[in-house]
Write a protein that binds this ligand. Structure first.
Ligand code: ZN
Length: 194
């Protein structure tokens, strides 16, 4: 998938995560939310997710992450790390979790960005399972896992997925911000059912 789709899906996954955690009262996000799902402080979490969603493709020197972090992607290539290999597995996710955790300890990023990065990374793995090639989820075991979909990079299927996700998240943000006063009853009235 292209980086646009990955970043969008990373953002959406982060929004859904906040919504679920808040709904289940698992984490008290009230101090973050300040009455809105889109408060400025939460954007650090979302920003982390948007960037984290690009990170697994660091195993590909010409990807967005690979080009930006060439000093990581080039050595990976020299050491024989294949595209959609270790970075696209649970092991890769765990390593990413600890490596970025070190960045928190070093004071480079805060915890909110850290959680975002990890959620974004996870969203990339799920998204790549929609791809025809699948991913080696339990690397070093090379068995590849995929959903029953055959989306290839840059295909119409991917564009459709992007458009659908973009539309849904735009409507969701609009209604969350009170910009959209859509109700099912209004809809019924509109089509003449009421
Ligand atoms: Zn990938």
């Amino acid at each position: 998938m292209t980086y646009h789709t990955h970043s969008l899906l990373g953002f959406v996954t982060a929004v859904i995560t906040v919504k679920i955690l808040n709904f289940l009262n698992i984490i008290d996000l009230s101090y973050l939310i300040e009455g809105s799902l889109f408060s400025p402080s939460l954007w650090q979490f979302y920003g982390g997710a948007i960037i984290g969603a690009l990170m697994p493709d660091i195993d590909h020197a010409s990807s967005k992450a690979g080009r930006a972090l060439w000093f990581i992607s080039k050595p990976l290539k020299i050491f024989g790390v294949k595209h959609r290999g270790i970075t696209h597995s649970i092991l890769g996710l765990v390593l990413f979790f600890f490596l970025t955790g070190e960045m928190v300890k070093a004071g480079w990023i805060n915890e909110l960005i850290w959680y975002g990065l990890v959620i974004g990374y996870l969203s990339h793995l799920i998204a790549d399972m929609l791809n025809v090639h699948g991913i080696p989820l339990f690397y070093p075991n090379n068995k590849r896992f995929k959903f029953n979909t055959n989306i290839t990079t840059g295909s119409w299927g991917e564009h459709l997925l992007f458009l659908l996700t973009f539309t849904i998240i735009t409507l969701f943000i609009s209604s969350e911000r009170g910009l959209l006063n859509f109700s099912f009853n209004d809809f019924l009235t509109l089509i003449g059912f009421k």
